[in-house]
Ligand binder design. Structure first.
Ligand code: NAG
Ligand code: NAG
Ligand code: NAG
Ligand code: NAG
Ligand code: NAG
Ligand code: NAG
Ligand code: NAG
Ligand code: NAG
Ligand code: NAG
Length: 756
């Protein structure tokens, strides 16, 4: 199937993918009116730019191959055609080879400066090398934020014919730029195109040059669609010297030589300079009136995305294909799987968000991906998004008011670090080694009057911020306000998270547990059954107390990454909790952002009778391992279908509730590949051995000692003001956990596959 030259390893997981691909062929359309507002009425096309270039180097064999293994058989393969000195057409993202190959290594002095459409450009140009010389050169990632691990595979540069013949199922789209530049270098890309189209079927040809498209128009077969690409509106089209912006006003003219147009996505949905969406333009409707198809480009899960989409790439595709006004005829993307999933599974679904179901969706600080943690706005958004449970992490103020705040340290979720209150920090080793500004040192009035909420930006190190226009929006929420708000809402229930109860009891003489029990009673939650009340804590003593004194259910949260839990620990947890929340790595351990295996923890917890929730899921693409394609929906799908978790704890509840309404979940074994959960370790298999991430230290197994805690100290023992006690070792000291061999086994299994 694959020539050695492709260096594609036909491992068992790949075979499995292929079988699924055949099974996954979507059943034929019925006779109903098409729900698509495309020109043809057919589903929008997915065009994979240089293959799955979001993951593998653009135009590498694995990029082309993986598109079909993991994606839809209907995907169109896009090749940016470049000509070599001896006139061979190769697929490479740019005619300067510096950023997409390792040519610098073979020809250190090979740079030249040429005029490209009037712009002096320096680099290693394809026209300076013959194909034989380029035979030694390998394709590399061209986007630095993507993994460099695949570069070690040393993928060869492929000719257009090789791409077409090796990936048999693919429709082929050739993108031809700079025909004028090639003629200056005595190469005729028009003749090349006509000759290659006699050897392989070319389904689409695109170019940003009017004269090039008009010159080939009559010579290509009628099966080839010619597509005119628009560049920036202010850029002059090189063959006519008219700006693309003015050509946009002249679709009748474009229709004379092209059957469609390819436009940057912001031509259709313009964004402001601060990346917020404006109303859509009429380009798609206007072009469709002229009989022109419209393809949109610049889609990438890890690219700039308007804040209106909350880092959810599926939401962006849906805005282009299923917005009620129009559907674009296709999208050009570096991440074809996400586009296929949006079109194939998430379009035209039920809009009824209030259908609660599986997986259970629990918020983490409300919809904190959209608005500041635990504010009224974050809770309103969560309810609007159809979350099942909204959560309140309780903290206490100096005057004994319980508030919902994500952290006991005001520095984490308020503007305190820029307020006069910032001088009132303290070092409390039991809570944190570094100085903190603690809720219990301020009255509720002081907090409300001097501070504003601050949105959490967990991926700030990658310069990814959340909803900046609303970064200080919303109001702080008292527990009583939270309870009153939740009461009438369409929610399965509420989650109250309690931490630091022992510290507060011992050091400020405050019993959080008693106060929460009283607040729930005051709000009427103690004797109703409409909404479930769930208490969550990492400390078994807190949950034990609730178990004794109330009938609320309890979630035991295990913050440490563990590979399993022994039976004694499970028996202990059973005494006070019905559910366990575990972190993502405890399910899918990872090394350098590659998944290395899958633990049995979910299965074992469920066998012991617990509901299992995984936390905390976020949408930002850097929060997902490479295996999930920078796609939060792929991550959710893997946890739900691949491991069977009962629920998800998330900062973006809208993405999770939309997931459970997707139409593909009903398909059973007809599930298209792009919605089949990711195969564990499948990416590691594609890596060159030299590039394998290091094995991590094995994760421990939870045991009874980890679960056991002394009972909560009474709150009245000490006066409110006291000298901080000498630092106790109990808090931060390493726990006694047994090592697990599970992970190393998983790695061994994966390495074993490499030897196949
Ligand atoms: C190559 O990458 C460098 C650094 O990212 C950038 O400055 C340069 O413009 C790129 N060159 C081309 C031809 O894209
Ligand atoms: C590249 O140029 C440098 C001087 O500019 C020269 O010393 C070196 O030998 C050249 N290398 C090759 C491979 O031509
Ligand atoms: C293109 O048109 C602009 C004015 O619209 C003119 O200034 C420029 O010289 C033209 N360029 C070429 C290459 O003809
Ligand atoms: C459209 O373009 C053609 C060819 O350049 C030109 O003749 C015609 O005047 C243009 N029409 C409009 C409305 O700009
Ligand atoms: C995008 O978000 C901003 C800020 O919330 C809002 O004003 C704007 O209307 C949104 N744009 C669209 C097209 O929904
Ligand atoms: C949405 O689903 C809920 C629960 O199934 C149902 O009660 C409600 O009537 C539905 N709303 C609409 C508009 O269909
Ligand atoms: C905050 O409260 C703790 C406990 O009462 C106390 O030890 C500490 O000195 C207080 N810090 C400030 C800055 O008020
Ligand atoms: C719930 O308890 C309150 C007192 O705490 C009482 O007034 C109310 O009638 C009770 N409601 C029901 C449904 O039992
Ligand atoms: C859990 O609570 C107990 C008091 O019941 C306390 O001694 C212990 O330090 C707490 N453990 C953690 C990890 O906070």
């Amino acid at each position: 199937m694959w020539e050695m030259r492709f260096r594609w390893k036909a491992h068992s997981f790949m075979a499995a993918f292929l079988v699924l691909q055949v099974l996954g062929l979507v059943a034929g359309q019925g006779g109903k009116k098409s729900p698509w507002l495309t020109l043809s009425g057919k589903a929008p096309a997915v065009v994979a730019k240089g293959g799955f270039s979001g993951l593998f180097p653009d135009s590498s064999s694995d990029a082309f191959g993986f598109t079909y293994l993991a994606g839809s058989p209907d995907t169109i393969t896009w090749c940016d055609v470049q000509l070599t000195k001896d006139g061979v057409g190769v697929c490479l993202p740019s005619m300067t080879l510096d950023n997409c190959t390792n040519i610098q290594f073979f020809a250190p002095n090979g740079t030249n400066t040429y005029s490209v459409d009037g712009v002096p450009t320096s680099g290693w140009f394809s026209v300076d090398y013959d194909f034989k010389t380029l035979g030694q050169v390998s394709v590399l990632r061209s986007t630095l934020s993507r993994s460099d691990k695949f570069d070690a595979t040393l993928y060869p540069i492929l000719t257009v014919e090789e791409v077409k013949t090796q990936i048999k199922s693919a429709a082929l789209w050739l993108n031809i730029q700079h025909s004028m530049f090639y003629s200056q270098h005595k190469l005729n890309i028009r003749s090349y195109l006509l000759s290659v189209s006699k050897k392989v079927v070319v389904d689409y040809v695109s170019s940003a040059e009017v004269v090039f498209l008009t010159s080939i128009g009559s010579r290509m077969g009628s099966k080839t669609k010619l597509i005119f690409q628009f560049l920036g509106q202010d850029i002059a089209e090189p063959s006519m010297n008219i700006t693309y912006g003015s050509l946009l006003q002249n679709f009748t003219f474009i229709k004379t030589f092209a059957s469609g147009i390819l436009v940057p996505r912001n031509y259709i949905w313009p964004v402001t300079s601060d990346l917020y969406l404006q109303p859509h333009t009429s380009i798609v409707l206007d072009a469709h009136k002229q009989g022109l198809e419209v393809y949109a480009y610049e889609f990438a899960n890890d690219g700039f995305i308007s804040f209106n989409y909350s880092y959810d790439p599926v939401a962006e595709y849906l805005n282009f294909v299923d917005n009620g006004d129009f559907s674009v005829d296709g999208v050009l993307t570096d991440f074809p799987v996400t586009a296929s999933e949006a079109i194939g599974c998430f379009s035209h679904m039920g809009k009824n968000k209030s259908e609660h179901g599986n997986p259970v969706v629990i918020t983490h600080n409300g919809a904190s991906g959209v608005y500041p943690d635990c504010t009224d706005l974050a809770y309103q958004q969560a309810v609007e998004d159809g979350a099942d449970f909204i959560d309140c992490p309780v903290q206490v103020t100096k005057d004994g008011t319980l508030v919902c705040m994500s952290s006991i340290d005001l520095m984490d979720s308020t503007t305190v670090s820029t307020s006069p209150m910032r001088s009132r920090s303290s070092v409390i080793p039991q809570l944190k080694a570094t100085p903190g500004i603690y809720t219990f040192n301020f009255t509720w009035d002081e907090i409300q009057e001097n501070l504003k909420p601050a949105i959490s930006n967990p991926e700030l190190q990658y310069k990814l911020v959340r909803n900046p226009r609303f970064k200080n929006a919303g109001k702080f929420t008292k527990l009583s306000e939270f309870l009153n708000y939740a009461k009438g809402k369409d929610l399965s229930g509420i989650v109250i998270t309690i931490e630091n109860a022992a510290y507060l009891a011992e050091n400020i003489g405050y019993s959080v547990t008693d106060s929460v029990i009283k607040a729930l009673k005051d709000a009427g939650f103690h004797n109703q059954t409409v909404q479930e009340v769930v208490i969550q804590s990492t400390n078994s003593s807190v949950l034990t107390k609730f178990k004794k004194q109330t009938s609320y259910s309890c979630i035991y949260r295990v913050d440490e990454s563990i590979s399993n839990a022994d039976s004694a620990s499970l028996a202990d947890i059973k005494k006070f909790a019905t559910s366990v929340a575990i972190n993502k790595d405890s399910v899918y351990p990872r090394s350098e952002a590659f998944i290395t295996g899958q633990t049995d923890l979910v299965k074992n917890l469920q066998s012991a009778g617990f509901s299992v929730f995984v936390y905390v899921l976020t949408n930002e693409y850097v929060s997902q391992p490479w295996d999930f394609f920078s796609d939060p929906t792929t991550e959710i799908n893997s946890f739900v279908q691949g491991t069977g978790v009962d629920g998800i704890i998330t900062e973006f509840p809208g993405t999770s509730t939309r997931y459970r309404r997707n139409t593909c979940l009903k398909l059973g074994n007809k599930m298209p590949n792009y919605m089949v959960p990711v195969q564990v370790g499948s990416l590691l298999v594609t890596l060159n051995v030299a590039a394998l991430p290091p094995a991590q230290a094995p994760m421990p197994i939870l045991n009874a000692d980890d679960v056991a805690e002394p009972p909560l100290p009474p709150a009245s023992l000490k006066p409110a003001v006291s000298i901080p006690p000498a630092s106790q070792p109990s808090e931060g000291s390493p726990r006694h956990l047994f090592a697990s061999f599970l992970l190393s086994l998983a790695i061994a299994t994966v390495s074993g596959l490499l030897l196949l």
